[in-house]
Design a protein around this ligand. Structure first.
Ligand SMILES: *[C@@H]1O[C@H](CO)[C@@H](O)[C@H](O)[C@H]1NC(C)=O
Ligand SMILES: *[C@@H]1O[C@H](CO)[C@@H](O)[C@H](O)[C@H]1NC(C)=O
Ligand SMILES: *[C@@H]1O[C@H](CO)[C@@H](O)[C@H](O)[C@H]1NC(C)=O
Ligand SMILES: *[C@@H]1O[C@H](CO)[C@@H](O)[C@H](O)[C@H]1NC(C)=O
Ligand SMILES: *[C@@H]1O[C@H](CO)[C@@H](O)[C@H](O)[C@H]1NC(C)=O
Ligand SMILES: *[C@@H]1O[C@H](CO)[C@@H](O)[C@H](O)[C@H]1NC(C)=O
Length: 568
């Protein structure tokens, strides 16, 4: 069905460029904007919008197969990660795709440029009027009332049917998300500092039951403390999103207090994208950013740690930052080999399936290069985000449940139990993965009919692993503070991976890279956590139990056992 204006446009382009675009078909639509967004007006015709299009990869199934070969512990090609050029040769769109899309855009006088080295993302800037015609839609301005930020979005758009196989995602269109939020590193209200009558069950000091410091983690997980060689090939990255700032002076104070054994000049490297500034003024230090830098630099014994700071210049919405963070790393010759993110939201209300899928494909490219991509699983229990209303409805999954990412849940106390705030459950966007099927189905069997209809038993299950997120001590603006949540767990777990990578690469072996198939194949490498549950949506949530569970995944790190499992 062609609208009048579209028919006119098709006829015009027929006259101008002799291109006949096939019938426009709806590519994506949603019923309404998610709660928290209010429609204000149609977007002004002359407002410029920065658009990106994700083009079909030349050989996505080939890349998937290559990654499976490299990441399956039983494969003869185990850990033979791909080079940048190899990944690009799979990811680059075909000439047919490029030509079809270029021709379509140019019939609207739009000239695009590649946004990634492989050219699987292209970008252009166009007035709203042109974008409306291109996508046979009407862009509107929506107010994100929580932040007061306005976004130009639409509830649906179409593309010519001939282009459907070539175009995977168009952004910004139907994805709605407020400014990126840290995984709410919850500030602990009261901290019991004395625990004198504690019975010692492990060699971990009793104080660690109430407050986690780097030495608690070293004791609890057996993390090495020795300074790595200056020539280490291991490198770690942590994501930071504006307005968070990671404070170097606070890190210095933290190291002096908690790692006096390390050189006092150790710090993080800063890479700034999208207009980020990482303001160095103690009063503007962010809990999340300080946590992420202190619980990486403070644990990795001198392994270079990059604070990947993503700003907010495009104003088209924070989803850009997510894409940018991964695409920036993809474009680097030697990206950090672990990349930890402690920011997120929930799966379905924010990003469309197509954008989530495109984002996941970017993570796949990075994972294929031997990068372990880790995420905090979220802090709302089975509700994913702490403020989500879901009583009586299915548990809303977290973002991202991309199978190429490793999701990290939180534990607390010693001995460890699953932390109640851990987001855990089952994706509606991505299916259960073969490497997790046995472990996850064993749990689903135990669950029986409990919560039937509230979770998707055929979805990709998470978290994959867990680490401490109880009451973790950090330094902010010169003072001690206590934070908790999966925000702590992701950098802590990632530091363990970075240390194993250092040992592996020093021994001439490849880094751990895409972790999940290996994690699930090596349950003995983790401390199985069997108690704790993650309430939410008016329920008690899932319960931790023997083996994998949707609170603590496969468990928390056991460095010595992981080392052995890694082949060291
Ligand atoms: C895609 O990659 C796979 C694995 O390398 C290869 O076997 C296959 O021939 C490729 N397909 C195309 C269309 O290039
Ligand atoms: C694809 O396009 C590139 C650049 O325009 C060209 O060099 C190459 O020969 C083309 N390949 C095919 C198979 O047409
Ligand atoms: C957006 O919503 C906020 C909160 O309700 C309000 O203060 C602000 O004025 C709104 N912005 C616009 C442009 O309407
Ligand atoms: C650790 O702390 C928890 C909660 O504060 C408490 O219930 C538990 O008894 C403590 N464990 C030990 C060994 O003291
Ligand atoms: C830190 O100090 C050590 C000597 O203690 C020196 O070798 C090293 O180069 C310094 N590193 C930086 C980044 O300044
Ligand atoms: C459940 O997960 C499957 C596999 O990913 C998916 O196809 C299906 O749409 C999901 N169901 C719901 C209700 O979202």
């Amino acid at each position: 069905m062609l609208s009048q204006s579209l028919l006119r446009r098709v006829l015009t382009s027929l006259l101008l460029s002799s291109t006949v675009w096939s019938t426009y078909v709806v590519h994506e639509k949603r019923e309404s904007a998610p709660s928290g967004f209010v429609h204000l007006s149609s977007a002004p015709d002359d407002q410029m919008i920065n658009m990106r299009i994700n083009l079909a990869m030349r050989n996505q199934s080939g890349l998937e197969a290559a990654l499976e070969k490299a990441s399956s512990p039983t494969s003869p090609n185990f850990r033979e990660w791909l080079t940048k050029e190899q990944v690009e040769s799979f990811a680059a769109p075909t000439n047919e795709t490029v030509n079809a899309v270029t021709e379509w855009l140019s019939s609207f006088n739009i000239i695009s440029t590649p946004a990634t080295p492989a050219g699987d993302w292209i970008k252009f800037t166009a007035p709203v009027k042109t974008a409306n015609q291109l996508l046979n839609t009407q862009f509107s301005v929506f107010n994100h009332t929580g932040s007061g930020h306005t976004y130009v979005r639409t509830l649906g758009y179409s593309i010519p049917s001939d282009l459907q196989p070539h175009v995977k995602a168009v952004h910004p269109t139907t994805s709605f998300n407020g400014p990126l939020r840290a995984r709410s590193p919850i500030t602990a209200v009261s901290v019991a500092k004395s625990a004198s009558s504690v019975e010692k069950r492990t060699t971990v000091p009793a104080d660690c039951n109430s407050t986690i410091t780097p030495s608690c983690l070293q004791d609890l997980y057996g993390i090495p403390t020795k300074l790595v060689s200056p020539s280490t090939k291991s490198k770690l990255g942590v994501a930071g999103y504006t307005p968070q700032n990671a404070d170097a002076e606070d890190l210095a104070t933290f190291l002096k207090e908690f790692r006096p054994d390390l050189p006092s000049n150790l710090t993080f490297i800063t890479e700034l994208y999208d207009g980020a500034t990482n303001i160095q003024d103690g009063t503007q230090a962010g809990l999340e950013a300080n946590l992420d830098t202190q619980y990486t630099v403070g644990l990795v014994n001198g392994i270079p740690t990059v604070y990947e700071d993503i700003g907010y210049t495009t104003k088209d919405g924070p989803d850009d930052g997510y894409l940018d963070s991964i695409n920036y790393l993809i474009s680097q010759e030697a990206p950090p080999l672990v990349f930890s993110t402690s920011y997120g939201f929930d799966e379905e209300s924010a990003l469309s399936l197509s954008l989530t899928d495109a984002y996941c494909n970017a993570i796949m490219q990075l994972a294929s290069r031997g990068v372990s991509v880790t995420f905090a699983s979220g802090d709302g229990g089975v509700a994913s985000s702490p403020d989500l209303q879901c009583e009586g409805s299915p548990f809303p999954p977290t973002f991202p449940t991309c199978p190429y990412a490793t999701l990290v849940g939180a534990t607390q106390n010693i001995p460890e139990i699953g932390a109640g705030l851990t987001a855990g459950g089952f994706s509606n966007y991505f299916p259960q993965q073969s490497w997790q099927a046995d472990a996850v189905n064993a749990y689903i069997d135990k669950l029986g009919t409990t919560y039937a209809g509230l979770y998707n038993a055929s979805g990709r299950a998470y978290p994959d692993v867990s680490a401490q997120g109880g009451t973790v001590e950090i330094i902010i603006n010169g003072h001690a503070d206590y934070v908790g949540g999966t925000s702590c767990s992701s950098p802590i777990f990632s530091s363990v991976i970075a240390l194993l990578n250092d040992e592996l690469m020093s021994a001439g072996k490849p880094p751990l890279g895409f972790l999940n198939p290996w994690l699930y194949a090596n349950p003995q490498a983790f401390n199985d956590i069997t108690s704790g549950n993650n309430p939410g949506c008016g329920t008690e949530g899932f319960s931790a139990s023997e083996g994998w569970d949707p609170v603590t995944g496969m468990g928390s790190p056991n460095y010595a056992a992981m080392r052995t499992a890694a082949g060291l």
